[in-house]
Design a protein around this ligand. Structure first.
Ligand code: ATP
Length: 299
């Protein structure tokens, strides 16, 4: 288990991470979210042991993360660290050896991964000759070459097209199924909702939303009703528990305090003409994020 306990870090006057704690268990995919400058990269650097926290502790399976456990860790840094003058094979041999892998093992795993990422033909090409997306694939392949127990991915999807995002996701999910702990950062909510169960959202280094997504949604309580009917939206706005009614092309989105309000809205709407849609949905994580971050900014 990865345990991040009460870490804080300042750069001079700037408090980049403020008393952050979370755990990631084997098989879990954990999302570290936040706007630019929220403290995601600083958190990763502390986890990887590249930066010392001013306070708090990070442990992997009960032990401090240092040189002795680097063979268990894989990471994709935000700066991207490709040795662009080398060929794909040469770079993997270099990084694989640093992780304590034998040459045979590296080459076997590299062949498998190049095949999975559909770039077998680039094995002996210099990295600088590859497109940005393919360079990113090589960076990712390098990070997972040693089948790490802990995989850290700083903005892994930046610059990828939707097809490649799917390829990356598939691989990440498979690694989690095999028991890796995966932690990744992003500012795109849709990447999180699809395959991540647990998150923390940082705002100026401080967690503003955290835990299992299902719990977060349940606690948030607010729901949205999407309906189509010939009805005046002002009539719906008057129902107690209705927060807002928004007109969207051919339907209305009714924001309500909680699911307790659904019946009251239905009672009013069912009398309207041409009722063809009445769907209750949970708010998206993005909606909760905007609400929470907005709240936190206002304070
Ligand atoms: P982004 O999404 O833009 O990469 P981030 O969430 O990764 O942002 P960090 O890079 O961790 O955020 O930065 C957190 C805060 O610390 C920011 O205010 C940033 O300006 C500051 N900061 C980061 N690195 C340094 C440094 N080396 N010296 C001084 N301040 C720094």
């Amino acid at each position: 288990m990865l345990k991040v306990a009460n870490i804080s870090k300042s750069y001079g006057e700037v408090l980049a991470v403020d008393n952050l704690s979370f755990t990631v268990k084997p098989g879990e995919i954990f999302g570290l979210l936040g706007v630019n400058g929220a403290g995601k990269t600083t958190t990763f650097r502390i986890i990887m042991g590249l930066l010392d926290a001013d306070q708090g502790e990070v442990t992997l399976n009960g032990k401090k993360i240092d040189y002795s456990v680097t063979d268990k860790i894989g990471f994709l840094t935000e700066e991207r660290s490709l040795l662009t003058k080398l060929t794909v094979k040469e770079q993997c041999l270099f990084y694989g050896a640093l992780k304590g892998m034998t040459k045979e093992k590296i080459l076997k795993r590299l062949d498998e991964l190049l095949e999975r990422f559909q770039i077998t033909e680039y094995k002996d090409r210099k990295i600088k000759e590859l497109s940005k997306g393919n360079q990113q694939k090589i960076q990712f392949i390098t990070a997972i070459l040693n089948e790490p127990e802990l995989l850290i991915l700083d903005e892994p999807f930046t610059g990828l097209d939707p097809i490649n995002i799917e390829l990356f996701k598939k691989e990440i999910i498979q690694m989690a199924q095999k028991g890796s702990m995966i932690i990744f950062s992003t500012h795109r909510m849709e990447h999180v909702e699809l395959f991540c169960k647990k998150i923390v959202v940082l705002l100026r280094g401080r967690p503003v939303l955290e835990g299992y997504i299902s719990d977060i949604k349940e606690k948030y309580r607010k729901k949205n009703i999407f309906l189509k009917a010939d009805i005046d939206k002002e009539k719906i706005k008057k129902i107690p528990g209705v927060i807002d009614v928004i007109e969207k092309s051919d339907e209305l989105e009714v924001k309500i305090e909680s699911s307790d309000v659904v019946d009251n809205v239905f009672e009013v709407v069912k009398k309207a003409k041409n009722l063809t849609k009445f769907v209750v949905e949970e708010p998206s994580l993005n909606e909760i994020f905007v609400a929470k971050v907005g709240e936190a900014y206002d304070k």
